[in-house]
Design a binder for this molecule. Structure first.
Ligand code: VGL
Length: 194
């Protein structure tokens, strides 16, 4: 079977100390690096995404005008070309085959809303490589991991979420997201039990 790994939004602004840092973000970055050292060879494609928002722009209402509600309005985060938008330094991106940017001027929770550096849509990339299976890891469980995994299912792929390699904004919405993903057909498995 031809398998891809999605590494969703492991960026400085989503790890501890970032504008929208989640608990456990740094640990997830380190653990993904460990997973890549052992298992990069299991994947035909390793696709890493970055939120890449416009500066001085509300990005389609994604950046709060006032207090964010942390559901669909957020503090300013992951502005293109800033440190906050870079990959967390604990993530070793050496094995990444495709870098995807998303959210230029719009909210974009799913990695499928982005394009590679060559301008290719992720769905086309997967089809071109005959990818059947997708493992999903990264941040945030309850937002971009959720949306990316649901889209992978919607695009007909078999999806596993590696549950020790994700971190969420809030515990209850992360739990709900994992339950929703399981119901939608994703397999929830740890990186060591897979
Ligand atoms: C994300 C909140 C706002 C994410 C992105 O990467 O999950 N969450 N923007």
């Amino acid at each position: 079977m031809t398998r891809a790994l999605f590494i969703v939004d492991v960026q400085n602004d989503f790890t501890e100390g970032g504008a929208l840092g989640v608990d456990g973000g740094d640990a997830v970055a380190t653990a993904i690096t460990r997973h890549l050292r052992a298992h990069a060879g299991d994947y035909e494609l390793i696709v890493a995404s970055r939120d890449w928002h416009h500066a001085d722009h509300d990005n389609g209402g994604h950046f709060a005008d006032g207090e964010p509600n942390y559901v669909d309005t957020w503090p300013v985060h992951c502005v293109a070309e800033t440190t906050g938008a870079e990959y967390d330094p604990e993530l070793d991106t050496g094995a990444v085959t495709h870098h995807v940017k998303k959210g230029q001027g719009v909210p974009a929770y799913s990695l499928f809303e982005g394009t590679t550096d060559d301008g290719e849509a992720v769905a086309d990339l997967l089809t071109r490589h005959g990818v059947v299976d997708v493992d999903v890891v990264g941040i945030a469980t309850d937002y971009c991991v959720r949306a990316s995994a649901l889209d992978a299912i919607a695009h007909g792929r078999r999806v596993r979420v590696l549950t020790d390699l994700v971190a969420g904004v809030a515990a209850s919405s992360s739990e709900a997201a994992l339950a929703e993903l399981a119901h939608a057909g994703a397999e929830l498995v740890t990186s060591t039990d897979r």
